[in-house]
Structure formats: structure tokens, C-alpha cells
Design a protein around this ligand. Structure first.
Ligand code: AMP
Length: 222
């Protein structure tokens, strides 16, 4: 499929399907999918100082400091072209302002902002049922797919695990942080760029959402 939009932000609460949709869009349109959460988890798995510092925040359901998140995304942008689908970045208005400044300086502004909105009861249900492949990062609804921790990932054979922040305790903290720090980012882009901002109901089926998002990515305008 042909993408009209080359620089896209996917915003939304935990378990709103940002990662899954970004993955599908990336495959369909050939735009790189960049998840700051996944970049940080990979740093942590490799035991780098940055990864270990990040883990001390993420395992408690807290955001890593802005400086660290901006460092990770700046390193990615330095090694890649001006095309991306950001999933999980920016998560604070400070990060959004950093990003806009860097993109404005390069004359490559954001072209599409998608807000995947989901009720808190559905977030709880999905997160506490979520299994993640330790190797490829694909996520599955455990009860929906009849899977449990330790099963083999159907995509790559890796181990299915429960992320250390997909627990009741970390989730209530993540939701508090989401309301306090990330919802303001949604308001920031809705006010700053209303013509490229789109809210999509993340409670709908994954295929319907993908159709809607694909239409937005391929549309010539807005
Ligand atoms: P995610 O995989 O997007 O759910 O992110 C997992 C965790 O990584 C979050 O709960 C944060 O601790 C951290 N993280 C990911 N992206 C950011 C960001 N842009 N700013 C701060 N922390 C982040």
C-alpha cells in the first residue's frame, strides 16, 4: 500500500493496541516502527547501563526520565531516515516539544497523530491477560488464544512471559502516570495540529481499527 503520511505518532494508554497496529502498519506501508518501550527493554536485556537505569523506572510502572527517552529516540533518528511510526513516544509534553523542535529544524514535521482511546476497565482486562514473547515482542491475549506463561510464541517459538510491568501494582501506577503525563500530550497535539489529529476507538476489533488507520495513513489530506 502507498503511504501519504511518512511521520506518524501513535498515542494511547497501555494495551490500546499501539504496538500491534504500528506493527501491521509498518508491514503494510514499509514505514519503520519505533517503540521506545521496546528499545529500552532491548537495552535492559543486553545489560547496558542505559537499560539498567531504565528498568529501575519501568519495573515500577514509572516513566523513565525525559532526558533518557529523548536520548534513545535521538539515537534512533540519527541512524535512520525521516520516516517513522512512533509508538510510545512522546509520553510527556517536554518530550513532544523536543521532538517538534528537532523535526522543525530538519523541515520534516509530523504528518499524522493517532490517538487510540480505551476505557480503564478494558485496559485492566487486557493488561492482566497479556502475554509477551520474550524474543520477538509480539503480544497475545492469554485467554483469547488459550495460552499461558512459558508456552512457545506462535510467531517465532520464543518464550511467552508476563512483562514485569504488566502487574496489578505497576498498572495502577502506569495509569496514574498516563493520566498525569501522557494525556496532556494528546491535548497538546489536538490543539496544536487539529487537522492531523485523529481519535480512534481502540475498543473495536483489531481488523476494523487497522482499516481505519490504513485509510488515515494513505489519505492525501489531514
Ligand atoms: P511500553 O512498551 O510503550 O508500554 O513502555 C514500557 C515502559 O517503558 C513504560 O511504562 C515506561 O516506563 C518506559 N517508556 C517507554 N516509552 C517512554 C517514553 N517515551 N518516556 C518515558 N518512559 C517511556
Amino acid at each position: 500500500m502507498k503511504a501519504s503520511k511518512q511521520r506518524i505518532l501513535l498515542l494511547g494508554p497501555p494495551a490500546s493496541g499501539k504496538g500491534t497496529q504500528a506493527d501491521h502498519l509498518s508491514r503494510a506501508f514499509g514505514i519503520p516502527h519505533v517503540s521506545t518501550g521496546a528499545l529500552l527493554r532491548s537495552e535492559c536485556a543486553r545489560g547496558t547501563p542505559l537499560g539498567l537505569e531504565a528498568d529501575s523506572w519501568t519495573s515500577r510502572g514509572l516513566l523513565v526520565p525525559d532526558e533518557l527517552a529523548v536520548r534513545v529516540i535521538t539515537a534512533w533518528m540519527a541512524g535512520n531516515g525521516p520516516r517513522f511510526l512512533f509508538d510510545g513516544f512522546p509520553r510527556t509534553t517536554v518530550q513532544a516539544e523536543h521532538l517538534d523542535k528537532a523535526l522543525d529544524a530538519a523541515n520534516t514535521p509530523i504528518e499524522l497523530v493517532i490517538f487510540l482511546d480505551l476505557s480503564e476497565s478494558e485496559i485492566h482486562r487486557r493488561i492482566l491477560d497479556r502475554l509477551t514473547c520474550a524474543a520477538c515482542g509480539t503480544t497475545f491475549g492469554g485467554s483469547l488464544h488459550g495460552m499461558k506463561i512459558g508456552d512457545a510464541c506462535p510467531s517465532c517459538g520464543g518464550d511467552l512471559i508476563r512483562r514485569n510491568d504488566d502487574t496489578e501494582e505497576a498498572l495502577s501506577e502506569r495509569l496514574r502516570v498516563y493520566r498525569e503525563s501522557t494525556l496532556p500530550v494528546v491535548t497538546y497535539y489536538r490543539k496544536k495540529n487539529p487537522s492531523i489529529f485523529h481519535r480512534v476507538d481502540a475498543g473495536e476489533g483489531s481488523d476494523e481499527i487497522f482499516q481505519k488507520l490504513s485509510a488515515l495513513v494513505s489519505a492525501d489530506k489531514g
